[in-house]
Design a protein around this ligand. Structure first.
Ligand SMILES: [Zn+2]
Length: 593
């Protein structure tokens, strides 16, 4: 259970509000003189069943226990959470303490950013950068591309970067932590990257996590990367992801290449859904990142590099992604960079002709065999049948079983029998996933609001929704943590600045929304429906509360003015509800058409 849910579950709003106002029971609610504005007649209500409050007087607003404490103590969400956690006896893990580890990482991002600007500036404006500039020009890169990818150049000097950064107040130990400066065997420290083309590596939030560097001459190693650091983990990085994420989502396809230059040239030619793995094979962590954007992957592989093992791993991702992985076969040892520079149309054709990875593997395996001999037939079955056995989709499985049967000229039935002998191990592995899901679901009893969270997940994962005005208001979110994220989202330009604007106590919740799997189609319509549902929920709840207050007032002889005011509020609410119904019926008519 999240820490926010745990605090909610152990907190009673009646108890908390009682410390700030004298509550009197009134039917199923409690009422008091509003603790936020001065009044003679109580118009402040607390609802124990919903764990919420509402002021029908001058405030005309309400919320949950967090928003009550935030307003009353003039503190932010994180501090309200910490205060309530303390009252409820819930220990907040230290990682949710404000700024835990945040400063150190933040500092590393800053060092990388400053270094990147330094390298970029050297490339563009210094005479020594001419050769590097010449290299990029020979590869046909435009000024804009060089700027978009923040390409740079490092001096042929042992401590130029070190001096530059230390003059700007960074300490030697910080520079060592980023790996930009390294310890020499003979003692002392010096720059890691010297006389190299510099490729800053960004994360999906646009922060520089490390660098790739390439020599200008024939010296070795040809490529050098930042070492593993607090913020750089090569196995989870995807070069170009910061510039590619939107296109990947939009085209519902990611193309994975191997080299930095492949990505850069592809983007310059309008193929914006291209990223590079940071090694020859794609890792589980990289697939995890991509999964949030699309389920469809195409691997552009150098025919020699496409080892059998890499293929088998990639086939495994088909099952993880529950989608098809395709292979783009590059002609005669060429890189995507070469192909695209030669003729972008050829690349386009290769993309269109990409083969499903299983078909490709069939070709690869059988190319070396003589399928007229019994020995090679059985070799082909040994290699291909286990791949077929792993498939989750039974239709696909049947398709490839048939293909294999035709290929080796044996009956499909005998292959099915062989398949049956392989399958049990697979069954065991599959059984795990759904049961885990069920456990997680059971741990979230009624604390969360599915519609609120769905709506936020859409907003967070589809930045293009920001431009759409569906009239979503922060008060439609009953849960303070959701309201908090929505408000921060309205002010932030991207996920990175959004996170920076939020208390670390809310990050766990934010991350769960960012990583939630969502449908990939008709996003705008789903968002519009979602806003409509939130609005309806908000208005209905308000209407029920208001009617309750009106009944109470009428019973206890409220003044005519107060009754009139409540009536007025009621009219406003019903007008708005009417609008919701009109929009809803319009929506369903459009769908029927
Ligand atoms: Zn009030």
């Amino acid at each position: 259970m999240s820490i926010i849910d745990e605090v909610k579950q152990r907190t009673d709003i009646i108890e908390v509000v009682s410390q700030y106002a004298t509550l009197k029971k009134a039917g199923r609610t409690f009422r008091a003189l509003c603790p936020f504005h001065s009044e003679k007649h109580p118009s402040f209500f607390v609802y124990p069943e919903q764990q919420s409050w509402h002021c029908f007087g001058a405030c005309n607003t309400g919320g949950d226990v967090f928003s009550f404490i935030m307003k009353k103590e003039s503190i932010d969400f994180g501090d309200a959470l910490r205060l309530l956690a303390q009252k409820a006896g819930v220990t907040i893990p230290s990682r949710f303490e404000p700024e835990a580890g945040k400063d150190e990482k933040e500092r590393l991002y800053q060092v990388n950013q400053a270094s990147s600007q330094y390298f970029h500036n050297l490339l563009l404006n210094s005479p020594v950068g001419e050769r590097a500039k010449g290299y990029f020009a020979s590869r046909g890169l435009s000024q804009k591309t060089i700027a978009d990818f923040q390409l740079g150049f490092s001096l042929n000097n042992w401590d130029a970067l070190k001096q530059y950064l230390m003059e700007r107040g960074y300490t030697e130990s910080e520079l060592l932590t980023t790996g930009l400066v390294i310890e020499a065997e003979a003692g002392g420290t010096h720059d890691r990257f010297r006389n190299r083309l510099m490729f800053p590596i960004f994360d999906i939030r646009g922060r520089i996590v490390g660098f790739g560097a390439r020599v200008l001459d024939d010296s070795l190693p040809k490529y050098l990367n930042s070492p593993q650091t607090l913020i750089f983990d090569k196995s989870s990085c995807l070069y170009g992801i910061n510039l590619a994420a939107a296109a990947i989502r939009q085209q519902n396809l990611v193309v994975i290449v191997e080299g930095y230059m492949d990505v850069i040239t592809a983007h310059q030619n309008g193929f914006n859904n291209v990223v590079a793995s940071m090694g020859t094979s794609v890792t589980e962590k990289q697939v995890g990142t991509l999964k949030r954007l699309t389920k469809n992957m195409a691997l552009a592989l150098d025919a020699d590099a496409a080892g059998e093992e890499a293929m088998l791993r990639a086939i495994g991702y088909e099952n993880t992604l529950d989608a098809e992985v395709k292979v783009i076969i590059l002609p005669g040892g060429k890189d995507p960079d070469d192909v695209i520079r030669e003729d972008a149309k050829i690349w386009q054709n290769l993309l269109e002709e990409a083969l499903p990875i299983v078909d490709y593997t069939f070709n690869m395996v059988t190319a070396e065999l003589d399928l007229n001999t019994a020995r090679d037939k059985s070799l082909a079955v040994d290699k291909l049948l286990p791949i077929i056995a792993e498939m989750k989709d039974t239709v696909r499985q049947a398709h490839y079983l048939q293909k294999l049967a035709r290929l080796v000229k044996v009956s499909q039935r005998s292959l099915e029998a062989a398949l049956g002998r392989i399958k049990p191990s697979q069954g065991k592995r599959q059984a795990k996933e759904p049961s885990q899901e069920r456990v997680t679901q059971a741990l979230h009893p009624l604390l969360s609001s599915p519609v609120e969270e769905y709506c936020l997940a859409l907003l967070l994962q589809y930045p293009e929704l920001k431009g759409r005005d569906e009239g979503l208001l922060s008060e439609y979110f009953e849960n303070s943590e959701n309201r908090e994220i929505f408000t921060a989202w309205q002010q932030a330009n991207d996920l990175s600045s959004l996170k920076d604007g939020l208390d670390s106590a809310i990050w766990e919740h934010l991350d769960s929304l960012i990583t939630r799997s969502l449908p990939a189609n008709q996003i705008e319509q789903k968002y519009a429906n979602c806003v409509l549902r939130l609005r309806e929920k908000f208005l209905r709840s308000l209407e029920v509360k208001r009617a309750g207050v009106l009944a109470l007032e009428a019973e206890s002889g409220g003044t005519a003015a107060e009754l009139a005011k409540l009536e007025e509020q009621g009219i406003e609410v019903s007008v708005q509800l009417g609008e919701v119904f009109t929009q809803k019926s319009r929506g369903s008519q459009e769908r029927r058409r």
